[in-house]
Design a protein around this ligand. Structure first.
Ligand code: HEC
Length: 155
Protein backbone atom coordinates (compact mmCIF):
# COMPACT_ATOMS: atom_id res chain seq x y z
CA UNK A 1 0.00 0.00 0.00
CA UNK A 2 1.37 3.37 -1.01
CA UNK A 3 1.84 6.04 1.66
CA UNK A 4 0.12 9.41 1.29
CA UNK A 5 3.49 11.05 0.88
CA UNK A 6 4.50 8.77 -1.90
CA UNK A 7 1.18 9.27 -3.62
CA UNK A 8 1.56 13.06 -3.43
CA UNK A 9 5.05 12.79 -4.70
CA UNK A 10 3.84 10.64 -7.57
CA UNK A 11 1.13 13.10 -8.48
CA UNK A 12 3.51 16.04 -8.41
CA UNK A 13 6.29 14.19 -10.08
CA UNK A 14 4.03 12.49 -12.58
CA UNK A 15 5.08 14.58 -15.53
CA UNK A 16 8.74 14.20 -14.76
CA UNK A 17 8.31 10.48 -14.29
CA UNK A 18 6.65 10.14 -17.65
CA UNK A 19 9.54 12.01 -19.22
CA UNK A 20 12.01 9.78 -17.48
CA UNK A 21 10.28 6.72 -18.76
CA UNK A 22 10.41 8.02 -22.29
CA UNK A 23 14.09 8.67 -21.72
CA UNK A 24 14.65 5.16 -20.51
CA UNK A 25 12.70 3.72 -23.42
CA UNK A 26 14.85 5.69 -25.85
CA UNK A 27 18.02 4.66 -24.09
CA UNK A 28 16.96 1.03 -24.40
CA UNK A 29 16.16 1.52 -28.05
CA UNK A 30 19.48 3.09 -28.93
CA UNK A 31 21.24 0.41 -26.97
CA UNK A 32 19.45 -2.20 -29.02
CA UNK A 33 20.57 -0.34 -32.14
CA UNK A 34 24.20 -0.26 -31.03
CA UNK A 35 24.61 -3.80 -29.82
CA UNK A 36 25.08 -5.87 -32.93
CA UNK A 37 22.25 -8.27 -33.41
CA UNK A 38 23.34 -11.80 -34.29
CA UNK A 39 22.32 -11.19 -37.88
CA UNK A 40 24.66 -8.24 -38.34
CA UNK A 41 27.60 -10.02 -36.72
CA UNK A 42 28.90 -11.67 -39.86
CA UNK A 43 28.23 -8.89 -42.32
CA UNK A 44 31.30 -8.36 -44.51
CA UNK A 45 32.80 -4.89 -44.69
CA UNK A 46 32.40 -2.80 -47.82
CA UNK A 47 36.04 -3.36 -48.71
CA UNK A 48 35.55 -7.10 -48.43
CA UNK A 49 32.41 -7.00 -50.55
CA UNK A 50 34.16 -4.84 -53.10
CA UNK A 51 37.09 -7.24 -53.30
CA UNK A 52 34.77 -10.23 -53.62
CA UNK A 53 32.21 -8.89 -56.06
CA UNK A 54 33.59 -5.91 -57.91
CA UNK A 55 37.34 -5.82 -58.27
CA UNK A 56 37.60 -8.60 -60.86
CA UNK A 57 35.91 -6.28 -63.33
CA UNK A 58 36.31 -2.78 -61.93
CA UNK A 59 39.82 -3.32 -60.61
CA UNK A 60 41.16 -3.32 -57.05
CA UNK A 61 41.22 0.50 -57.00
CA UNK A 62 38.00 0.88 -58.99
CA UNK A 63 39.76 2.21 -62.06
CA UNK A 64 37.88 -0.13 -64.37
CA UNK A 65 40.91 -2.30 -65.06
CA UNK A 66 40.16 -5.59 -63.32
CA UNK A 67 41.52 -8.88 -64.60
CA UNK A 68 38.30 -9.60 -66.48
CA UNK A 69 37.79 -6.06 -67.77
CA UNK A 70 38.96 -6.76 -71.31
CA UNK A 71 36.34 -9.49 -71.65
CA UNK A 72 33.54 -6.97 -71.63
CA UNK A 73 32.08 -4.57 -74.10
CA UNK A 74 31.26 -2.01 -72.85
CA UNK A 75 34.19 -2.12 -70.47
CA UNK A 76 33.54 -1.98 -66.72
CA UNK A 77 33.29 1.67 -65.72
CA UNK A 78 35.94 3.63 -63.86
CA UNK A 79 34.28 3.87 -60.45
CA UNK A 80 36.59 6.62 -59.21
CA UNK A 81 35.12 9.17 -61.61
CA UNK A 82 31.43 8.67 -60.79
CA UNK A 83 31.21 12.07 -59.07
CA UNK A 84 33.39 13.83 -61.61
CA UNK A 85 31.23 12.57 -64.46
CA UNK A 86 28.13 13.73 -62.58
CA UNK A 87 28.97 17.38 -62.09
CA UNK A 88 30.83 16.79 -58.84
CA UNK A 89 27.99 15.00 -57.03
CA UNK A 90 28.14 11.33 -56.22
CA UNK A 91 25.10 9.76 -57.93
CA UNK A 92 24.17 7.63 -54.95
CA UNK A 93 20.80 6.28 -56.01
CA UNK A 94 21.98 5.51 -59.55
CA UNK A 95 24.98 3.66 -58.20
CA UNK A 96 22.83 1.67 -55.82
CA UNK A 97 20.38 0.80 -58.57
CA UNK A 98 23.23 -0.35 -60.78
CA UNK A 99 24.61 -2.63 -58.07
CA UNK A 100 21.22 -3.91 -57.03
CA UNK A 101 20.15 -4.54 -60.59
CA UNK A 102 16.97 -2.60 -61.11
CA UNK A 103 15.51 -2.48 -64.56
CA UNK A 104 16.94 0.26 -66.69
CA UNK A 105 20.37 0.12 -65.21
CA UNK A 106 23.31 0.92 -67.41
CA UNK A 107 24.62 -1.84 -69.64
CA UNK A 108 21.95 -4.25 -68.55
CA UNK A 109 23.07 -7.83 -68.89
CA UNK A 110 26.77 -7.03 -68.79
CA UNK A 111 27.19 -6.28 -65.14
CA UNK A 112 25.66 -8.87 -62.83
CA UNK A 113 22.92 -8.00 -60.34
CA UNK A 114 23.99 -8.20 -56.74
CA UNK A 115 20.68 -7.52 -55.04
CA UNK A 116 19.88 -11.03 -53.98
CA UNK A 117 23.38 -11.69 -52.86
CA UNK A 118 23.54 -8.63 -50.67
CA UNK A 119 20.21 -9.47 -49.20
CA UNK A 120 21.26 -13.03 -48.43
CA UNK A 121 21.36 -12.40 -44.70
CA UNK A 122 17.71 -11.64 -45.18
CA UNK A 123 17.45 -7.97 -44.82
CA UNK A 124 19.57 -6.19 -42.33
CA UNK A 125 18.12 -2.82 -43.09
CA UNK A 126 19.39 0.57 -42.04
CA UNK A 127 17.77 3.94 -42.56
CA UNK A 128 19.65 5.64 -45.36
CA UNK A 129 19.22 8.91 -47.17
CA UNK A 130 20.46 8.36 -50.71
CA UNK A 131 20.37 12.08 -51.44
CA UNK A 132 16.68 12.88 -51.72
CA UNK A 133 16.37 13.82 -48.05
CA UNK A 134 14.21 10.80 -47.30
CA UNK A 135 15.52 8.08 -45.07
CA UNK A 136 14.60 4.74 -46.55
CA UNK A 137 15.21 1.29 -45.05
CA UNK A 138 18.05 -0.02 -47.21
CA UNK A 139 20.10 -3.23 -47.07
CA UNK A 140 23.21 -2.47 -45.07
CA UNK A 141 25.71 -3.98 -47.49
CA UNK A 142 24.42 -1.83 -50.31
CA UNK A 143 24.73 1.26 -48.12
CA UNK A 144 28.25 0.28 -47.10
CA UNK A 145 29.31 -0.20 -50.71
CA UNK A 146 27.88 3.12 -51.83
CA UNK A 147 29.63 4.89 -48.96
CA UNK A 148 32.83 3.05 -49.81
CA UNK A 149 32.68 4.11 -53.44
CA UNK A 150 32.23 7.71 -52.31
CA UNK A 151 35.60 7.51 -50.58
CA UNK A 152 37.47 6.53 -53.76
CA UNK A 153 36.21 9.42 -55.91
CA UNK A 154 38.79 11.61 -57.63
CA UNK A 155 38.28 15.37 -57.53
C1 HEC B 1 31.31 -9.05 -64.59
C2 HEC B 1 31.93 -7.75 -64.51
C3 HEC B 1 31.40 -6.78 -63.48
C4 HEC B 1 31.30 -6.94 -62.13
C5 HEC B 1 31.66 -8.17 -61.32
C6 HEC B 1 30.80 -5.69 -61.60
N1 HEC B 1 30.60 -4.80 -62.61
FE1 HEC B 1 29.96 -2.89 -62.39
N2 HEC B 1 29.92 -2.68 -64.42
C7 HEC B 1 30.38 -3.64 -65.32
C8 HEC B 1 30.28 -3.10 -66.65
C9 HEC B 1 30.68 -3.83 -67.91
C10 HEC B 1 29.74 -1.81 -66.53
C11 HEC B 1 29.49 -0.80 -67.61
C12 HEC B 1 28.11 -0.87 -68.15
C13 HEC B 1 27.92 0.21 -69.16
O1 HEC B 1 28.66 1.24 -69.12
O2 HEC B 1 27.03 0.08 -69.97
C14 HEC B 1 29.53 -1.57 -65.11
C15 HEC B 1 28.99 -0.43 -64.57
C16 HEC B 1 28.94 -0.13 -63.23
C17 HEC B 1 28.45 1.10 -62.66
C18 HEC B 1 27.89 2.28 -63.45
C19 HEC B 1 29.01 3.21 -63.75
C20 HEC B 1 28.57 4.46 -64.47
O3 HEC B 1 29.46 5.08 -65.05
O4 HEC B 1 27.39 4.80 -64.45
C21 HEC B 1 28.61 1.00 -61.31
C22 HEC B 1 28.26 2.06 -60.28
C23 HEC B 1 29.17 -0.29 -61.03
N3 HEC B 1 29.35 -0.96 -62.22
C24 HEC B 1 29.47 -0.74 -59.78
C25 HEC B 1 29.84 -2.06 -59.50
C26 HEC B 1 30.03 -2.57 -58.17
C27 HEC B 1 29.94 -1.75 -56.91
C28 HEC B 1 30.30 -3.89 -58.30
C29 HEC B 1 30.46 -4.90 -57.21
C30 HEC B 1 29.33 -5.05 -56.32
C31 HEC B 1 30.31 -4.20 -59.72
N4 HEC B 1 30.03 -3.07 -60.41
C32 HEC B 1 30.60 -5.44 -60.25
C33 HEC B 1 30.87 -4.88 -65.02
C34 HEC B 1 30.94 -5.43 -63.77
Amino acid sequence: MMSAMARNGLARGGFLMAKQWVGIAFAALSLAACVPHDKTKDIPSAAEDYATFCSACHGPQGKGNGDLASEFNPRPADLTTLSKRNGGTFPTTKVMAQIWGYKGKKGQGVMPNFGELMDADNVTLVLYDGGDGIETPTPIRLVQLAEYLKTIQVK
